[in-house]
Design a protein around this ligand. Sequence first.
Ligand code: PLP
Length: 364
Amino acid sequence: MQKPIDLRRVTSPLLPEIDEGVARALSGLQQSWQPSAELRQHRRFGTERDRRAASTFLGMRYGDLIDPDRILLANGTQNALLLLLSALGHRGGTVLVEAMTYRQIRDVAAMLGLHLVSVTLDEDGLVPDALEAACRLHRPSVLYCIPTVQNPSASIMSAERRGIVANIARRYGVVIIEDEAQGLIPGHAPPPIGSIAPEITWTVTGLSKCLAVGLRIAYVVAPSAAVLRDTIAPFEAMAFWYVSGVSAALLSHHVESGAAVELAKAVRREASDRQAIAAGLLPSGMLKGGQGLHVWLSDPGASGDRARAAAFNASVLVRSASEYALDGDRDLSGIRVSLADVSRDELADGLHRISDVLGRLSDR
Ligand SMILES: Cc1ncc(COP(=O)(O)O)c(C=O)c1O
């Protein structure tokens, strides 16, 4: 048996810049902050300085500076989703999601008693007619979606489709929670839906993929400062979402020095280099997604479960389409392949094996 190569986890690739940057940020922090004062406070919403740093960092994606009073810091995207869906969903109510979606949204929905309904996807993301039909039929309060480097399909929704989706949501009074887990990874992506329709959109930018998962920080941009305070008010005394003081102080210091943006750009370059490796090794007719930290391979001749099993036999671990569908449909086609969590050599080895496996599957 060959050594297994695990291409399941999508995270920020290991870069030497991370160690150097964090070491510098830690020593800078040691000189400038007062732990005795700062660690004795809750960091609800993040401090003013944290939210200004968030606005600076998000400038990389939005172009303009977001009003810091529209921003809150939470303990990662999952934590933000739990908070936002607690506030915006209603027990027993419906939340629309993409036909294949981030797996843990199911866990969050189960915790909160929310009913998920999936909306068909095409290569540009949510299909407008299907979205409108779901809004009419199910009267959802929230749409949760991942327009930029969709998980798992890796698609990036066009600006035009984002506008159409926003208009449908507006018409049916649906609030959008936009998950930008990989929003900062592509060099070129249309603006977030939160820029097109800020009045109905909450955009969550987790830092797990573009900086480091261990920080456990996500920046949440609300429709407005007033909506932010009103929406979160029922949960203001619940400390589960108050960001950790050490993490937030470290991150804000890292942003203020300019190092966080440089590191995110290094991750973006690494993603682009790894995409080039994937494009050179994987069958072009099946390959989807050219800008994120993962790719999607779709073979109409075989289900994702079969392709995953064949890859497993070649000692490569990938995820199948069925893992992302609400009904777990085992006949769905497609596998998700992470480019991020192994060395470049291991990646090339794993992609070679996948290419062989898919070639053999389609020859049958
Ligand atoms: C779409 C999506 N959202 C959220 C997350 C988790 O983010 P965080 O580590 O910020 O909770 C992931 C990570 O796998 C993801 O793919």
